[in-house]
Design a protein around this ligand. Structure first.
Ligand SMILES: C[S@@+](CC[C@H](N)C(=O)[O-])C[C@H]1O[C@@H](n2cnc3c(N)ncnc32)[C@H](O)[C@@H]1O
Length: 272
């Protein structure tokens, strides 16, 4: 596989959230708390976008540990959540969490999202949050369009497709050709102590190779590589509109600030 082969994204999360990272129940509990806190801004956004009586029916693509869906259930906003996640370890993490803490409204499916049949006109929201959307085009050039049409068919009239991702357009302009590297100290609740990230732009500036190296307190090292799309938000909005969505709005963060060229994130809300 070449350094720019987006099929790297299919295996990138193969060992993420492996149960061996959480040897005690206390470590597991504090990591789960960290995950839930991370989605507080998303839960606020979804409350603002509206919650029907009885709660939201949501499909989350690339649901990872399903923390976002569990946070919605805890907030009393969920009627039915379907988490679709490719990684076996992340799916297993989500399932153990669901069973141990008795979440009743979430179903976790381990699959590529293109292989899951969704009941037409049955969901209020289809989501791809964190950077999930940016992994799709490098993985398979047809995946973004397939996500838009899968979402359109699955949503009820008035339902919304919500995409939330890092806005790398301003970032890629500042990256030197050899890339940049930075280190982050992770919170105590994380199984790893530090993370070193390296971001390298492709020669045409349309992709970023993201190399992550996690070092544990016991010296354990885990590495992960993802290829992300540098997304042109205007073209993406046109592509989403082209599927038939009635309105498409982009915000610059989860608090719904106006989107600007140098906004840190792009939060796209498309209403059917
Ligand atoms: C940035 S993570 C976001 C995860 C999640 N929001 C969480 O709780 O951390 C992206 C996730 O998408 C998953 N993924 C990538 N491609 C996928 C696909 N084609 N179908 C389903 N899941 C996918 C990855 O395995 C990864 O867990």
């Amino acid at each position: 596989m070449s350094a720019w082969d987006g099929r790297l994204n299919v295996v990138a999360y193969d060992e993420v959230e492996a149960m061996s990272n959480y040897p005690t129940q206390a470590e597991l509990a504090s990591y789960r708390g960290e995950r839930l806190r991370r989605y507080e801004p998303h839960v606020r956004l979804f409350a603002e976008l509206g919650v029907p009586a009885g709660g939201l029916r949501i499909v989350d693509v690339g649901s990872g540990s399903s923390a976002f869906l569990y946070a919605l259930e805890r907030a009393g906003m969920l009627r039915e959540g379907l988490g679709i996640e490719l990684s076996t370890t992340r799916h297993a993490f989500a399932e153990r969490w669901r069973e141990e803490e008795r979440f009743e409204r979430v179903t976790n499916v381990r699959a590529d999202f293109t292989r899951v049949g969704l009941e037409p006109s049955s969901y209020d929201r289809v989501t791809a949050i964190d950077e999930t959307y940016l992994y799709l085009a490098p993985q398979d050039a047809t995946y973004p369009a397939r996500l838009f049409s899968v979402a359109y068919d699955a949503l009820v009239t008035g339902g919304m497709l919500v995409l939330d991702f890092r806005n790398d357009m301003p970032v890629v302009k500042t990256l030197p050709p050899r890339g940049r590297e930075f280190q982050v100290d992770l919170p105590e609740t994380n199984a790893f102590e530090t993370a070193t990230y390296r971001q390298i732009p492709s020669p045409d500036g349309r992709l970023i190779r993201n190399e992550s190296r996690y070092v544990g307190r016991d010296g354990t090292v885990r590495e992960k590589v993802e290829i992300t799309e540098v997304c042109d938000v205007r073209s993406l909005m046109d592509a989403v509109s082209g599927v038939g969505f009635e309105s498409v709005t982009t915000y610059g963060d989860l608090s719904r600030s106006p989107f600007e060229a140098d906004s840190p994130r792009a939060v796209i809300v498309a209403r059917k």
